[in-house]
Design a protein around this ligand. Structure first.
Ligand SMILES: NC(=O)C1=CN([C@@H]2O[C@H](COP(=O)(O)OP(=O)(O)OC[C@H]3O[C@@H](n4cnc5c(N)ncnc54)[C@H](O)[C@@H]3O)[C@@H](O)[C@H]2O)C=CC1
Ligand SMILES: O=C(O)CCC(=O)C(=O)O
Length: 630
């Protein structure tokens, strides 16, 4: 029995985010003048008791005297508290179920509202120690059972003495009364739980500060701990990615900082220090210098499709996995392309400018329907092919050209040469990716090969099109219009000014790289990319990674997972397996994938192994990164 371990957990501001009596006061006085006044009094009394400045019994009596509650109010309170369970407690629900024999809720709150909340987590009713209300025959709260030790000053100490638990006792709470258990020698460790509130006086007495449940599990090397406490994982999000991303990552327990714009190389070299996860959009240029300045970076999330702004090779060399959102804004780009094609064919930008100049030009000259016109799509990937489908629905004849073999959707016609497409189509829409060889891919020569009066749309990448040549083609009337959303040089953020490289053209649409800027797209991205980040951190799964060998992994159940990233040289797997053999280690599962540059080996092993095994794994030559999940 002596090696049994008990977790003695406080309820208010620990199991839940809040003090229950504060919420009860809100329920009782919602919409009345008393709400603020009573709320403040209750809060002050709670704080004084929690900081050890007022005897607990006195604080309890005074607080209850302020609250005219009934059984129904208490039931409503339970319901609200269920929604206010601490985030890290929610994340570790399975811990409570697995440890149900060893988890005790010891609270100076009331069983009446605590039991329904904690029972949902599998905590046994007989392990819930708290006060109980007394009621009159109208179900009104009249007070509390004064014979319960928990209603007394130093009540938790008294209760713990009575329980006389045999084994190691860990106390987890935010208040001085929790510390008192440790002070009385009835617990081995007091964890000051600071996820919801930090009380300096309590913190000063703590053996360990834990601002999440994961930190506790990690610090005691609990088998259900994640290898690195999530609350220590730092995430830096740039370029105003959608708030939902921040929330999702915070709910996972990470520390998240979100900045409005992009940072330049030097700023980023500074800011990246200590960052484990970086999130960017298209404006942040992630150079090798930045990757090398990063001392903790394990993954980068591009909250967009394009990854040309990222030095993928540098990331791979340093074992940094890169994820993007390959489909989340596809539809938004396609809708914008369709809209622009129609506007250009109808000469709407020109008419709008004329109206601005107070000119009335009611004329059909140069204005066409898109129905029956030939659309040429260059780059028939996710965007190009979806544009193909929607354009056909508008009655356009679609032609496409791609450097790789692509299935024609609907009635689209694949062309085997770019020249043929340029000579055929009334509208040319560029949807190639931003690979280096696509810089200046669409030259003046290509523009000149387009049909006279055709229009050009570029929603791909700025450097793809030679803009000087486009300016001339528009000025001379060789092209009748153009829509450009992306530019060779774009401002870092919305406060910077922008000198448009094309000017004095009437039938021209210039937009500030907003092809993917719809709320739907940004919300989709803010769900998808953080999901990938969390999966990689939790399971090691690199599925959909842009630069890592793609491995899809199950969640780890009863073992430890070793993730080994190494330069792709022969014999590494053999060396790893020699290490496992040397340490007599039982392998539960092993996954290996390589690409040209790196190998990624994931090995699940039994939980019992010698710590030297980890040293030996790290010492394998050509290891880039090694981490353990448990
Ligand atoms: N304006 C905006 O806000 C947005 C712009 N984009 C840009 O659109 C690009 C395309 O996106 P997806 O369709 O999702 O990418 P994708 O990778 O699915 O498709 C790109 C296609 O272009 C083809 N390609 C590449 N170079 C080519 C060339 N020189 N000639 C012919 N075909 C070529 C590829 O083989 C591929 O099929 C992204 O890489 C990004 O740069 C994406 C989203 C939003
Ligand atoms: O909206 C953004 O930040 C970039 C959109 C884009 O160009 C992309 O997804 O590749």
């Amino acid at each position: 029995m002596a090696d049994k371990r008990f977790f003695v957990i406080d309820f208010d501001s620990t199991f839940t985010k809040v003090e229950a009596l504060d919420i009860l006061s809100d329920i009782l006085y919602e919409g009345t003048d008393k709400k603020v006044e009573v709320g403040k009094k209750i809060k002050d009394l709670t704080d004084q008791a929690m900081a050890g400045e007022l005897s607990f019994r006195e604080a309890l009596e005074q607080r209850l005297a302020l609250l005219d509650a009934t059984k129904k109010d208490v039931e409503q309170l339970s319901g609200e508290l269920k929604l206010l369970v601490s985030e890290s407690v929610k994340r570790n629900r399975s811990f409570f179920t697995n440890e149900k024999d060893n988890v005790l809720i010891v609270s100076s709150g009331f069983k009446d509202f605590i039991t329904p909340v904690v029972k949902d987590f599998g905590i046994k009713e007989e392990n819930i120690y708290a006060n109980t209300f007394t009621y009159n025959d109208k179900d009104e709260v009249t007070g509390f059972d004064a014979s319960n030790p928990l209603s007394e000053h130093k009540g938790k100490v008294k209760l713990m003495k009575e329980l006389a638990l045999e084994g190691e006792v860990l106390v987890i709470g935010d208040g001085y009364t929790d510390y008192e258990i440790r002070e009385a020698g009835l617990a081995k460790t007091f964890f000051a739980f600071t996820e919801n509130i930090k009380r300096e006086k309590v913190l000063a007495k703590a053996d360990v500060e834990a601002n999440s449940f994961e930190e506790i599990l990690h610090s005691i090397k609990h088998p259900m701990a994640t290898s690195f406490p999530k609350s220590k994982i730092k995430v830096l999000l740039l370029e105003n990615v959608h708030q939902d991303a921040k929330l999702k990552l915070e709910q996972e327990g990470y520390q998240v900082e979100l900045l409005g714009g992009a940072l330049d190389e030097d700023e980023l070299c500074e800011k990246i220090k200590g960052v484990h996860i970086l999130g960017i959009r298209s404006k942040t240029i992630l150079t090798r210098k930045v990757v090398e300045a990063a001392d903790r970076l394990m993954l980068v999330g591009a909250f967009c499709i394009g990854t040309n702004q990222i030095d993928l090779k540098a990331c791979t060399d340093h074992g940094v996995s890169v994820f993007n959102a390959p489909f989340s804004n596809t539809r938004s780009v396609v809708e914008m392309a369709i809209g622009e094609i129609i506007l250009l064919m109808r000469q709407i930008p020109k008419r709008m400018r004329q109206m601005d100049r107070k000119e009335w030009s009611k004329s059909a000259n140069g204005s066409f329907e898109v129905r029956g016109k030939k659309l040429g799509i260059i780059g028939y990937g996710n965007i190009g092919s979806q544009l193909s489908v929607l354009a056909e629905m508008l009655g356009m004849d679609v032609y496409y050209y791609d450097v790789v073999e692509k299935l024609a959707l609907g009635n689209a016609t694949k062309l085997s040469s770019l020249d043929e497409l340029l000579a055929t189509c009334d509208v040319v829409s560029l949807h190639v990716d931003g690979r280096p060889s696509n810089k200046k891919f669409f030259t003046g020569e290509h523009i000149n090969k387009m049909k006279k009066g055709a229009v050009l749309v570029n929603l791909a990448r700025g450097p793809v099109v030679e803009l000087d040549a486009l300016q001339i083609a528009l000025e001379t009337g060789h092209l009748s219009g153009a829509a450009i959303d992306v530019f060779p040089v774009e401002p870092k953020n919305n406060n910077d000014t922008f000198d448009a490289p094309l000017s004095n053209i009437d039938n021209l649409i210039l937009t500030p790289h907003i092809g993917g800027s719809t709320l739907e797209a940004q919300e989709n991205i803010a769900d998808f990319v953080p999901g990938k980040m969390i999966e990689y951190v939790n399971t090691g799964s690199s599925f959909n990674s842009v630069n890592f060998p793609n491995v899809q992994l199950p969640r780890l159940e009863n073992g430890h997972r070793l993730l080994h990233i190494h330069r792709n040289k022969s014999g590494i797997l053999a060396q790893m397996n020699n290490v496992f053999a040397k340490h007599g280690c039982n392998i539960l599962g092993q996954y290996l994938k390589t690409n040209e540059e790196i190998g990624y080996v994931i090995t699940d092993i039994d939980q019992s192994y010698q710590p030297e095994l980890l040293e030996d794994m790290r010492a394998i030559e050509d290891t880039i990164k090694f981490r353990i999940l448990y």
